[in-house]
Write a new protein. Sequence first.
Length: 314
Amino acid sequence: MNAIHTEALTKQYSNGRGCSNVNISVREGEAFGFLGPNGAGKSTFVKMLVGLIFPTEGRASLFGEPVGTIAARRMLGYLPELYRYQEWLTGEEVVRLHAKLVGLGRDETNRRVPELLERVGIGLRSRDRVKNYSKGMQQRLGLACALVGDPRILFLDEPSSAMDPIGRSEVRQLLHELKAQGKTIFLNSHLMEDVESLCDRVALLNNGTVLQQGLVTDVLKQRPIWKLRIGGFAPAVLDWLVVETGLELRVVTAEPDGSAVLEAQLESEEQAGWLHSVLIAQGATLYESSRSRTKLEEWFVTELAGKSHRGEKL
């Protein structure tokens, strides 16, 4: 069953920014990464799904329930990118307030709130006032608030952007645990390592429209990076190759003795073999050639650069 389904979902503002004709489906229990540069329309899209703003056109549903309805809202938890909690309250009081808002009874609240505060890593500071929390601690608090109603779907907008590496690792582990429990996770993040680690599928949004979407495993198979270690390197040969063939090549290191390490984004083994032959024919000595796995960040940059080269707005 689809946890999230949209059909031609569109939001237009007077300045033209928003989302246009977005079609996605997210399966139950799946982690879905929603990627894009700043201003691409990601937060606008999520706000439509959680019922904070209404679409101009199109439809969307959560587990078959139209977005914005009480039935849909009861199934979701939401951590926005921009959050502000009552700084005069303690962390525990904030989560208890959210427990009341989602309709938890007293016994369930007394059991669940301390458990969640421990789980997100602020149990020892739960009696401190929010005004004394760091940004990272406030993000952890927000995650507890999003989880307090035991939602089927979690919408997380940059959930660990203000955290240090240890905090990011802890949140990443928590999200893996939630996914293993069958939660559906919709993740907006610029931290590609986190998306690559957690998500089953991704979509790339730019200027309000989806450029690509698919399995992370399929995305990472696209145009792998080859690393070449050569001797007798001549920069003029590299310039010629780029101009004549359009290959994406870059020099990683170059030494005065002519040894160098190059990286090339290639389509196939056959193209790699052709490049080897050309380099050797131009006087280079090939010491090593290895294929490395494409990283999600490289795919992200390449796709957006392709739009820029075609004169499309970023």
